[in-house]
Design a binder for this molecule. Structure first.
Ligand SMILES: [Zn+2]
Length: 75
């Protein structure tokens, strides 16, 4: 094939790697993006949803109390 346009190649929506038919491709219908593996897809999804570990220091901001047995309670 000649006339291949570089800009028409498919790339991973997270790391930018060029995709091939040997790539373990993930596709997001929501974001309309391809990813070169489940890890890239997961990283992108976590980023998109602004996901982060929820530490004890955030409890106050979300009105969360800890019951004596450790269960979390939202006031
Ligand atoms: Zn990737």
């Amino acid at each position: 094939m000649s006339n291949i346009k570089e800009e028409n190649l498919l790339h991973c929506g997270y790391c930018g790697k060029v995709l091939t038919n040997k790539t373990e491709i993930e596709y997001s219908r929501w974001l309309c993006e391809f990813y070169c593996n489940p890890d890239c897809a997961m990283s992108r999804y976590f980023e998109y949803c602004e996901s982060r570990p929820f530490e004890e220091e955030f409890y106050k901001d979300y009105s969360i109390k800890v019951l004596p047995d450790g269960r979390l309670y939202k006031e």
